[in-house]
Structure formats: C-alpha cells, structure tokens
Design a protein around this ligand. Sequence first.
Ligand code: ADP
Length: 191
Amino acid sequence: METHSRFLDGRIVCVIGDITDFRGSGSGATAIVNAANRSLLGGGGVDGAIHRAAGSSLLEECQALRRSTLPDGLQTGAAVMTGAGHLPVAHVIHTVGPVWAGGDAGEPELLRSAYAESLRIAAAADLVELAFPAVSTGVFGYPPPLAAAKAAAAIGTHLAANGRPESVYLVFFQRQDADTFAQSCGLTPLE
Ligand code: ADP
C-alpha cells in the first residue's frame, strides 16, 4: 500500500490500495472497518470485497449477531466488532454510514457517528491501528469532499482525547479519491 499523505502528527495516514490487503505495521492489534449495510449480511463494494477475502466465518459471525443482539440489523451510525476470518488483521468493525439524500436528512451527524462509534469500539478493544474505507462515498452517494471534512473532524476529535488507536489509516481505492480527501479534509498535511 502506498502512503499518500499524513496528518495530525502522523496519526492519520492516507494510503492508496485495497483495504482487504491492510495488515498494519505489526506494532499491535489492528482492525479494518467495513462500510456495511444495515442487514450486516454482506453487499457490494467494499463490503463484498471484505466478505470475499475474510471467508465464510465472517458471514457466520454476522448472522449470529442478527440472531442474538441485533435482530433488526445495525442502525445507521452504529458499529459492531467481529473477528476477521482469513483477513490479515485481528478484527473487522462493521459500521453503517448514511445514504446521501441531499444533506438535510441528518447525514452529516450519522457519518460522524459511524466514524466515532468505530473509533470508540477500537479504543475499548485497545487496538493500535485502525483502517477505514471512505464510508458512504460509493453506492451510498455521500459527496467525497463533504465526507472527507466530516471524517477528518470525527477522527481528530477522537484522537485528541484518546491514545488508542495510535494510528488511523484511510484507505482509498484510487489516487484521485486520496487527492480529494487531502484537499477537502481541512487538515494540514505533514511535509
Ligand atoms: P458505501 O455503500 O458506504 O457507499 P461502497 O463500498 O459503495 O460503500 O464505497 C465506499 C468506498 O470504498 C468507495 O470510495 C469505493 O471506491 C471504495 N472501495 C470499494 N472497494 C474497496 C476496497 N476493496 N478497498 C478500499 N476501498 C474500496
């Protein structure tokens, strides 16, 4: 994975690559975030890629959550952690971002919550590194520049108050998406 840019003393690292390849630096427990849908039972985009790479145990864990604590699925803006099957990380944190409906339907607060809840769970589990995809900016249609600013603010707020995770990786599939993040996030890149 190629490093694109760094922010906040290097605690936010923007990289280009496939999030299913993320393995972290080896300095402690890691997780990737899945941009899931409310069913938790898989879907397209990054969700499909994560389930394919993790193998059937991930779907079985999600099905078990649906039978036990989440019979109605996961609320938009909430997050839940599972194992990671065959993925080279310890855990997957599933979150559901909002579907963009013009911006006046609570989408910014729901996107903030999706990032903040994922980070809260990662901190509670003492994870050292956490990698996010660009939640809601694919099929869910959230404009990437607006999502960048909201994600950066939510992550910055968490990191200012917490030592875990030490580092947050933002994984973009395409260079142009990483460029958009860097231009729109409102943070000053490290040299
Ligand atoms: P959502 O439904 O939350 O919008 P999507 O999966 O449709 O989620 O897209 C979210 C972002 O993830 C998009 O920018 C998309 O290009 C990107 N993406 C898709 N597959 C991968 C992958 N394997 N690794 C990293 N990013 C990915």
